[in-house]
Design a protein around this ligand. Structure first.
Ligand code: NAP
Ligand code: MG
Length: 477
């Protein structure tokens, strides 16, 4: 049984209740977590506050950096262990689970180096005055983490927050807690003071809501769905608590006729099958210039047919979806496609070894999806790619910007001037040209516009959000 981790100690929930954890590869219960409540959140926030007031808030930046570096090395040493946990908990194929653990170590490494490079300014002002700014931590930050990339999102969120000098209270998604509890134990092992990093598990509407409402939380970092993002903002607004939101996406991959298809097609496939399509930045819409629409779909269709889904331990192209309700969500979208006669180009397969009780979905390529259709507007959060054709650059921009989201856009073209024009015209937090992100991109600020949220995590930019600026004006004559 898994316990909360509060003040560097394993703790049972005051509710005395637990939640079963399912292995998505076979749908069977393999462990239990605490079903925590508002009392447990209060306990964790007090531990964090105590730590911030007495130890962490006084720890020099260089020392915070050393601790984060030790944690990075400890995570790197524990990559195999974390890979096994994540594979079981989230159904990620081995290589994908491992990549997340490696990225987590890298986040801590990056933010370790950033701690003592966070400078303020001196500002010219009136004669006889000196003015300076300090970037100060908020105090205690709350972090609500989704189930799709628990280690990566935890890494970027608490990595930046601890680097900036905050103490953290984390609420993982109930479907994906194991790796985060283990990493918090590692943080205690390498010397983080009790209360700097606390993990409280449970349901979002209970413990997540309690975290957002707690008066002792000075800032909330939320990654998840737009609807819960709205709830969190409403709750936080009551006490004017700042919120960083990383919400979903319906990201376009835009392919012009002059693109290098040998480079583009594998990246387009990876961006929709990675983590079985349950990725906020999934390239879930494929916009193709009319003149190459047919040959491109033929080539891509043949590649889709070779894709295989199966148990995480088989380490195939994709594993199962996280849970049955997610599988049902994808089925609902696909039956809408059928009802509305949206043609299917190709479908991959689920291997025979996949247990019937697992939550599998074969990758599916659809074509001629009308831009206003639900399939082209909403997050499916599964391995379903929706293709449509465009006439020219203006039409490509119009289609790309025609959803409520604005997280990532991929543009594939050899024309340098067009690369810049497209990057300017796309309403999106990130634009990748002739690539779709590589090597984790820990250094690159990440976030969205419109319903994809606001605020930026990752990179040095994240430290702005995890701090507040204090202006000090001194009159000395
Ligand atoms: P979700 O339902 O919004 O859940 C996200 C987190 O919020 C979970 O920890 C959840 O807890 C918690 N939560 C649920 N209701 C809550 C409430 N009333 N108050 C406080 N917390 C609450 O989203 P999800 O289904 O886990 O994740 C998928 C979504 O996240 C997709 O829309 C995806 O695009 C988005 N996402 C965005 C990014 C990004 O960086 N932009 C990254 C990853 C995912 P429980 O699950 O335990 O109930
Ligand atoms: Mg799980």
């Amino acid at each position: 049984m898994q316990l909360n981790f509060i003040g560097n100690a394993a703790q049972v929930s005051s509710s005395g209740q637990t939640i079963p954890m399912l292995d998505p590869s076979d749908g069977q219960v393999f462990d239990h977590i605490q079903r925590s409540n508002a009392k447990d959140i209060d306990h964790a926030v007090r531990a964090a506050r105590q730590c911030f007031d007495t130890v962490w808030g006084k720890t020099p930046a260089a020392e915070r950096g050393r601790l984060l570096m030790r944690l990075s090395m400890r995570v790197a040493q524990g990559v195999d262990e974390l890979t096994v946990l994540e594979q079981r908990d989230c159904g990620k194929p081995t290589r994908q689970a491992r990549a997340d653990a490696v990225a987590l170590a890298r986040y801590f490494e990056f933010y370790a180096g950033a701690c003592d490079k966070l400078h303020g300014d001196t500002i010219p002002y009136l004669d006889g005055y000196s003015v300076l700014t300090w970037r100060e931590p908020h105090g205690v930050t709350g972090h609500v983490i989704p189930w799709n990339y628990p280690m990566q999102i935890f890494g970027r969120s608490i990595g930046g927050s601890l680097a900036a000098g905050n103490a953290c209270v984390v609420k993982p998604a109930e479907d994906a807690c194991l790796s985060l509890i283990r990493v918090a134990q590692m943080a205690a092992e390498v010397g983080f003071p009790a209360g700097a990093l606390n993990i409280v598990t449970g349901y979002g509407h209970e413990v997540g809501d309690a975290l957002a409402r707690h008066a002792g939380i000075d800032h909330i970092s939320f990654t998840g769905s737009p609807s819960v993002g709205t709830l969190i903002q409403q709750v936080a607004a009551q006490r004017h608590c700042p919120v960083t939101l990383e919400l979903g996406g319906k990201s376009p991959q835009i392919v012009f006729a002059d693109a290098d298809l040998d480079a583009a097609l594998p990246a387009i496939i990876n961006a929709i099958v990675q983590n079985a399509g349950q990725t906020c930045s999934a390239g879930s819409r494929l916009l193709v210039e009319q003149t190459i629409y047919e040959p491109l779909l033929e080539r891509l269709g043949a590649m889709f047919e070779n894709l295989r889904a199966g148990p995480a331990s088989m380490d195939l192209d994709l594993g199962p979806l996280i849970r049955q309700s997610q599988q049902q969500r994808v089925w609902d979208f696909l039956s809408d496609a059928q009802a509305d006669s949206i043609p299917m180009v190709a479908k991959g397969s689920v291997v025979d070894e996949a247990p019937e009780t697992g939550f599998y979905q074969a990758p599916t390529l659809l074509r001629d999806v009308p831009v206003q259709h639900r399939l082209a507007q909403q997050e499916i959060f599964g391995p379903v790619l929706c293709a449509m054709a465009f006439r020219d650059e203006d039409h490509a921009v119009e289609l790309a910007n025609a959803t409520p989201f604005g997280l990532v856009a991929g543009v594939w073209t050899a024309d340098g001037a067009r690369q810049f024009r497209m990057a300017r015209r796309l309403r999106s937090g990130q634009v990748f040209i002739n690539n779709y992100g590589a090597g984790g991109g820990v250094e690159l600020p990440f976030g969205g516009v419109k319903s994809s949220g606001y605020g930026r995590e990752k990179g040095i930019e994240a430290l702005q959000g995890f701090t507040t600026l204090k202006t000090v004006a001194i009159k000395h004559g």
